[in-house]
Design a binder for this molecule. Sequence first.
Ligand SMILES: Cc1cc2nc3c(=O)[nH]c(=O)nc-3n(C[C@H](O)[C@H](O)[C@H](O)COP(=O)(O)OP(=O)(O)OC[C@H]3O[C@@H](n4cnc5c(N)ncnc54)[C@H](O)[C@@H]3O)c2cc1C
Length: 343
Amino acid sequence: MYDVIVIGAGPAGSVTARTVALAGYNVLIIEKNETCMSPCAGYISKTINFEVPHESVLQSNIKRMRTYFPDESYHDFSLNGYVVDRPSFDMSLLSKARELGAQIMWNSPLIEISPEKVKFHNGSAPGRIIVGADGVFSKTASILRLQQQRFAACAQYNVNGIELISQTCEIFFDSDYAPGGYIWIYPTGEKSAKVGLGMIKGKKSPRENLDSFIAGSKIADRIFGKRTGYIAGALPIGGLREKLVFGNVLLAGDSAGMADPITGAGINNAILAGELAGKTIIKALENDDITLLWEYETKIRKLLGRPLDRALEKRIKMDACYYNNLLQEHLPELWVTFKQYWV
Ligand SMILES: Cc1cc2nc3c(=O)[nH]c(=O)nc-3n(C[C@H](O)[C@H](O)[C@H](O)COP(=O)(O)OP(=O)(O)OC[C@H]3O[C@@H](n4cnc5c(N)ncnc54)[C@H](O)[C@@H]3O)c2cc1C
């Protein structure tokens, strides 16, 4: 019998596993893929208590965000963060959990959760507490009969041989290419970057829109380079789920709707959720009382409830600003680097 079975080896899952394993409990992680491969741009904010990612996973330091309005005018904002290679970053979080004794089963997508056991492809195992950290299309959530979350669809290339602005990530709002969302450029080197977009609705696919932006936008001369990699993925934009704890099952990270509905950023929150989930689970195990798992939900709402609710409100307004002329006018109320967002 495992003390904890974690579904998914993303940041939420690995940090939960690491926290619980550190206290000496036995943990199994089941992961549907053969390695960590969450699609992502890999921007992480440097926040208080945030451990600096290992040098080997760092791709660049970011000191500024430049946000472009549809008419190409822009607004600069100082910030402090990193771009990481996401698969390596996730593997480094997972390694820490494994060093502390957590076990991992690769190629093991979740099939069913019953009171006796967790069933996955290739096997099953009994667990006292289950953590659904299986991302935006969470199977755990669907087993709990929760609704599929609203999501943004994304596409991203790695592009080499392009012109960048030093230590600056660039964000473009232009409904012609990213309806309901935005385009990003995150430097990964002096002349290389992740160039991607997230969008909510529209006639073309994210990849078609991204191809058009790279080849045909007003900055095409600067960013048309050699494409060395492509990923597609999705992130939740519906805000925090109404409930996060279901008996002995709890949800963490994207499966719980913890990504920001406006920026799409979810790594920091997934890590925070993993830490809080882990600590609450330890308390429940120490006291042999799973009702204590409710404290996880209370703590998450206290820390993430307000910012995610605000972002959801902004999301609804941004959806209404589908056309460039409305975005041009309303962007300062809708994007996090403007002070108007926070009033
Ligand atoms: C293109 C793109 C760019 C992004 N860029 C950023 C960014 O720059 N900064 C940022 O903060 N956020 C970004 N995000 C969001 C960020 O990736 C997520 O919020 C974050 O990964 C959430 O972590 P998680 O651990 O909850 O879930 P995930 O990282 O999605 O991990 C879930 C894990 O569960 C596994 N899994 C799924 N289903 C099953 C199953 N049935 N059985 C077993 N395992 C399963 C998956 O394979 C995966 O390993 C981006 C998202 C996308 C799509």
